[in-house]
Unconditional design. Structure first.
Length: 558
């Protein structure tokens, strides 16, 4: 074994064999770091195989693949952060050892200076004198480009972010992944509709974030202030920067409560509620139970919004309770939507209209909520007529369920990643950014025309994982997203219209119609929503178990 020490924390070696790794553990090494891309030579062990062998010997492993002829500043930062993070001493290797020596010298030049870095590598048997100009340049700068670095940086630890991390680690367990998210709790947001209908308990829809971060990923509990894709890094609100080889942006949407005058002050009291918030969804059920008569308003803002069926789900479940309690004739239900139709895919509308009739609901298309006065119990709407004229009207209410307007977070809308609408500008099939090839996005903030649901993120996550790894490896992307999304419309307690569709409103049922006909109310679909989907979410989607959503790699993404 040709092992050469650079300093007390790291030694260098040419290409190692899998049979050597137990001996490295016996010699006292605690980590192995590979700087060699897979496939440089035919007989070269893959990084995954080295990772497995290292783990079997009780060693940690990190892969920082670098092409010797084009070592970038990002490569240097990734190597430096790997050395800082890994248990010492470290054995680092490449084809001959020279590449690792170069990375070490470049990473140490700001602290040691060019002469000391060259002396250390010379003593180890590596002549890097041709690197002196670059070392000298680095030795005069103390402004490191990033304070952390990783292979894959995932912004957002919601459903899309965690599922993508799990899918990536399922495919390549030794990836260096950082998840950035400030939240202490992770919520199963599809469950909040059921909380508002008295079916789920609110505490069953949340879990500690630390318990859900996939093993092998690092959670950075922080907020993002800005994307800097031209420098392959993000800036955190505390000023730190995180560099990456690949970025997956899954920050979700921002609920723009302030866009409706008076709503923030009124929410959660005086009959004003919303299932789009954990703390107010239980208030919805309280209002529904206690309302004996009067007017109940349900609102939906302009698209896009996440789970576009949720506003009318609240109406159906409320109407079902009042129907069962014999109060339906005493309560005037009104549904106000800014859109022109009840549901965007016409195949599901006939079944929904049967329930609109059953609950005596009055549909108001082109009606957008402008303001709420909780004390007066009044709501002001802007109505857009067929000829485009807009009039305002004020309605009294005894209960109002509000779906807030939704926009991309500020750090997305003000970033180079955003399109004109403020959403992350990705290709709808590959989910790769249109201008930055090492950036992908999925979930609610991506500029895709699919329904923004957890089911869509569940389908997108393994596709992004496959395509990210392909770009990392310099291969063509093998996976394409077809726009699949699912919206289980809870039309009554015990029955659901299971809307499943892709781009262009194409119906995409998971089950044959003799099992579940999604265009009709189904008790089996209710069982799926109420009993099966929560454990599928917690124990499959967030764990990288891709039941019924593994990408078809035979199809080549456009």
């Amino acid at each position: 074994m040709d092992i050469r020490r650079l300093d007390t924390s790291i030694s260098v070696s040419p290409q190692i064999g899998l049979d050597d790794i137990n001996e490295f553990a016996r010699l006292g090494f605690r980590s192995i770091l590979s700087a060699r891309p897979d496939g440089e030579e035919e007989a070269q062990p893959s990084a995954d195989s080295v990772c497995l062998a290292a783990e079997g010997a009780g060693l940690e492993f990190r892969h920082v693949p670098v092409v010797a002829s084009s070592i970038s500043e990002r490569d240097v930062v990734l190597f430096q952060k790997a050395v800082e993070d890994l248990p010492k001493p470290i054995l680092a290797f490449c084809r001959s050892g020279t590449r690792v020596a170069m990375l070490w010298a470049l990473s140490q030049a700001p602290e040691l200076g060019a002469d000391a870095a060259l002396k250390a590598t010379q003593q180890a048997g590596y002549d890097l004198s041709n690197l002196r100009p670059r070392l000298a340049e680095r030795s005069h700068t103390s402004d490191a480009p990033s304070s952390a670095a990783c292979d894959v940086l995932i912004v957002g630890a919601g459903a899309a972010g965690i599922a993508t991390a799990a899918s990536l680690l399922k495919r390549r367990r030794c990836l260096n992944i950082i998840l950035v998210d400030p939240a202490e709790r992770h919520a199963y947001q599809p469950g909040w509709t059921m909380v508002g209908g008295g079916i789920f308990k609110p505490e069953d829809t949340v879990r500690p974030m630390r318990d859900l971060i996939p093993q092998g990923a690092k959670w950075e509990r922080a907020s993002v202030a800005a994307f800097e894709p031209d420098h392959d890094r993000v800036v955190l609100t505390d000023g730190r920067r995180i560099g990456y080889r690949m970025l997956v942006a899954a920050p979700g949407v921002m609920l723009n409560w302030s866009a409706i005058e008076g709503l923030e002050d009124a929410l959660g009291r005086n009959g004003v509620t919303s299932n789009y918030r954990f703390d107010t969804a239980p208030y919805t059920w309280s209002l529904v139970q206690n309302l004996k008569g009067g007017r109940a308003l349900f609102t939906q803002p302009p698209m896009p919004i996440k789970c576009a069926g949720a506003p009318q789900k609240a109406m159906y479940l409320s109407g079902d309770h009042w129907y069962r309690q014999g109060r339906i004739n005493d309560i005037d239900i009104e549904f106000h939507t800014a859109g022109p139709v009840l549901f965007g895919v016409k195949d599901y509308v006939p079944a929904l209209m049967e329930y609109v009739k059953k609950y005596r609901a009055n549909l108001n298309f082109g009606s957008r909520l402008l303001a709420v006065d909780g004390q007066k119990k009044e709501a002001r709407f802007a109505r857009t007529a067929a000829d485009g004229t807009v009039t305002e009207e004020t309605l009294g209410f005894d209960m109002i369920h509000v779906c807030p307007p939704q926009i991309a977070p500020d750090f997305v809308r003000n970033s180079p990643l955003a399109n004109q609408g403020g959403w992350i500008d990705v290709d709808e099939a590959t989910l790769q950014h249109k201008r930055y090839p090492n950036v992908f996005s999925l979930g609610d903030a991506a500029a895709t025309s699919n329904a923004k649901t957890a089911a869509a993120a569940r389908k997108q996550a393994p596709i992004v994982a496959e395509n990210v790894l392909s770009v990392l490896d310099g291969r063509d992307m093998p996976a394409a997203y077809d726009g699949y999304g699912s919206c289980p419309l809870t039309v009554e307690r015990g029955k659901i219209v299971l809307a499943e569709f892709g781009y262009g409103g194409k119906l995409m049922p998971t089950f044959p119609t003799w099992v579940i006909d999604g265009t009709k109310p189904s008790s089996l679909a209710w069982y799926l929503k109420a009993e099966a989907l929560p454990p599928i979410y917690w124990h499959a989607m967030l764990k990288g178990r891709e039941w019924l959503v593994s990408p078809d790699l035979k199809k080549t993404a456009a």
